[in-house]
Design a protein around this ligand. Sequence first.
Ligand code: CA
Length: 260
Amino acid sequence: MHKILLDTDIGKFSDDIIALLFALKHPQAELKGITTVGEYHKEGADCAKEMVECAKKNIPVYNKDNAADFLAREINSHKREYDLVAIGPLTNIASAMAKEPDLLEKVNATYIMGGGVYRSYDPYDPFGNYTPEYNFAQDTKAAQTVISAKGNKVLVPLDATMYARIKKEELKKLRELGELERKAYELSSLYLFTEEMHDALALMALTTPEIFEKGIKKMPISIRDDGVVLIKGTETEVCLDFNYDKFKEIFEKVIYGVKT
Ligand SMILES: [Ca+2]
């Protein structure tokens, strides 16, 4: 069983909601805490609480104001028991590291959705500019702190996540399933919807790394002051490529299936 701490900017993006649904439904995943980050961290915490309630689980939810304390305390008292999955800007993780500098060495691994290695720009830039990926660009200092830290880190960048597409039309299926799935669909429609399941793919790097058949590479990584990923620096495992059919199969099984 994977014991997971999920740090998410769920208050802005729908793919975080689908990722949370994935974590709640995955038979080998046990969510031990959710922390929210980013500009909409308060709305995000409310949204996560609604999902947790619908799933009839008892999972603590903290927002940016108290996330660092929770993460530092929880990880410190469960050394090497947890995996940390960060699917938003890395503000909370860096703040927790300010309290516990060797935080990332006290988890099994830290999974990070962020950046782009060979594709270092955000395809959603409204002006069509080649700007760096959102999570890293939002808090570059935090991203630099996390990426340069010791500990096992697995980066899931845009190079892979841009191809983890699920059509919005297809997700309408969620309305016909249980209460939790319906809630996930309703909440998704309140937020910026992306067909790329960036964040669910980051969770799959933990739960089913075999889908990255060719793609997990140890690379030296650092982050430039504007958020661009450089291929020099601290050793990080990077998921560059995955098998789409396997991704889709797992996505459907977990998201539309019944948790056993
Ligand atoms: Ca996110």
